[in-house]
Design a protein around this ligand. Structure first.
Ligand code: HEC
Length: 114
């Protein structure tokens, strides 16, 4: 094994990008609300959707969440998140979030737009 193999470099960059969304490292600080949103989405959405600025979604059919704002303002998801996203989501589990969680998710989605 050569220590400078391209694979080792790729692994390094994957780790780097994973941590670059953390406050004080790379991408700049997230607000506390956006951090909570990120934690929530890492637990509940990241199994299918990419929730960062660079990676592909684990499930090809699930759009990376950073692309949502290209289609509509992310604020317009507020209602859908409160009522449970089901439309257009046959294969996605239904989520119902409380208002605090919705603010957090929207804050994090907005942080992906920059
Ligand atoms: C089990 C896999 C799965 C999980 C978990 C999941 N999704 Fe999805 N999601 C999908 C798929 C697949 C689609 C595309 C559905 C379609 O196009 O019909 C989708 C589509 C969406 C869309 C609509 C995108 C658009 O084009 O308008 C939103 C918004 C969304 N997901 C948000 C979320 C959020 C927020 C979470 C976490 C709370 C989440 N999803 C968790 C599979 C998932």
């Amino acid at each position: 094994m050569h220590s400078r193999s391209p694979l080792a470099a790729a692994a390094f960059f994957m780790v780097f990008f994973q941590f670059s969304a953390s406050p004080g490292f790379g991408a700049g600080p997230l607000s506390p609300s956006a951090q909570r949103g990120q934690t929530f989405m890492r637990a509940n959405c990241a199994g299918c959707h990419s929730i960062d600025k660079v990676s592909e979604s684990p499930l090809a059919a699930a759009p990376p969440l950073r692309t949502l704002h290209l289609k509509y303002p992310v604020e317009s998801l507020q209602e859908a998140l409160a009522e449970g996203i089901i439309t257009g989501h046959p294969t996605m589990p239904e989520f119902r979030l409380d208002p605090g969680q919705i603010d957090d998710v929207i804050s994090y989605l907005k942080s992906l737009e920059q």
